[in-house]
Design a protein around this ligand. Structure first.
Ligand code: UDP
Length: 329
């Protein structure tokens, strides 16, 4: 679907048909940039791109980041790359451990190799998962990463994204690649599906249907939720400054909420009659699962580099999601 007239796109967005990617593409196009998406549509969907496909500055290629030749060919047509393609959601990661590791490691390797050839401005999406089960909140980019044993498959995700970061930084140091790593904390908003286990779209879908809102564990674990529009602004702002080159940067809100309070807030905001049901971890996840208790970013580096950080409150976020329709779950 690439416009044959365009050979030179401003951005390659891998995973552009996903939840965050599609919001990013819309924003880039609305700023007048041209965008080529590479996505295998495994968890992303063309329906996320309805607002992009008719734009003549938009191109789409269906394919995997694991296909080295394809990544190289597509990257050759673009000036910079935003690499978002990765395994999505805790459920998928536990169910498909081989694919998770392969797509995260090989995909990023292919993107960095292709970007390295032209020294393209590059953004690699990493995740707050890399902090593992560290307890030193707020998590700072220079803090230690703490993982569990290899027998627990959840940590393979954290480790594979950590390898991505090491590789990106090695390309920056050794090959002069102008690369920035963004560690995305829990990002939410319109179009996010609950199908891969993400808590907020699941809760909203459950509340809207009058089904029990399923809180795992004791519900005292906390997360900080960021509105996708703000996360997109941060990614673009980080790419716009050379001062972010060679750095990993947290991208997230610092407003912490327990999952139990999140359930109550969703229930109140939707006017739902749903019960809030506590589900023990061993019923919710396979036996070897370990959850993180707290996950709060230190956003000093992000603010210092961009002058911004996500700050929308959870009620505003829920209202924005509701205004765009009930999420799939
Ligand atoms: N969670 C929950 N009910 C659900 C789905 C998730 O209580 O139906 C919990 C989950 O155990 C975790 C938190 O919500 O403590 C956030 O889960 P999510 O998968 O959205 O993100 P992550 O664990 O990667 O931060």
């Amino acid at each position: 679907m690439a416009d044959p007239g365009i050979r030179d796109y401003d951005y390659l967005v891998t995973g552009g048909a996903g939840f965050i990617g599609s919001h990013l593409c819309e924003r880039l196009l609305s700023s007048g940039a041209s965008v080529m998406v590479l996505d295998d549509l495994s968890t992303g969907s063309m329906s996320n791109l309805v607002n992009c496909v008719s734009n003549r500055s938009f191109g789409f290629t269906e394919g995997s980041v694991c296909n080295e030749g394809l990544v190289s060919d597509i990257a050759a047509m673009c000036r910079s790359v935003i690499h978002l393609a990765a395994a999505v959601g805790v459920e998928n990661i536990i169910r498909q451990p081989v694919e998770t590791i392969e797509v995260n490691v090989r995909g990023t390797e292919n993107v960095l190799r292709a970007a390295g050839r032209k020294r393209m401005r590059t953004f690699i999406a990493s995740t707050s998962e890399v902090y593992g089960k560290g307890e030193a909140v707020p998590f700072s980019e220079e803090g230690d990463l703490v993982f569990g044993p290899t027998s627990r498959s959840r940590w393979s995700y954290a480790c594979s994204k950590t390898i991505d970061e090491f590789l990106a930084l090695a390309y920056s140091k050794d090959r002069g690649l102008p690369v920035t790593i963004g560690r995305l904390f829990n990002t939410v908003g319109p179009r996010q599906t609950g199908r891969y286990g993400m808590v907020l779209p699941r809760f909203i879908a459950q509340a809207a249907a009058g089904r029990p809102i399923t809180v795992y564990g004791d519900g005292r674990q906390t997360r900080c939720f960021s509105l996708v529009d703000e996360v997109v602004s941060c990614i673009i702002a980080l790419l716009a400054t050379d001062r972010s080159i060679g750095l990993a940067v947290n991208i997230g809100s610092t407003q912490e909420i327990s999952i139990l309070d999140l359930a109550a807030t969703v229930k109140a905001r939707t006017g739902s009659v749903s019960e809030i049901r506590i589900v023990p971890y061993d019923e919710a996840y396979p036996k070897d699962f370990e959850d993180m208790q707290r996950r709060v970013p230190d956003v000093r580096r992000l603010k210092e580099l961009t002058g911004m950080a996500p700050c929308a409150g959870i009620e505003e976020i829920i209202d924005r999601i509701l205004a765009s329709g009930i999420p799939q779950a």
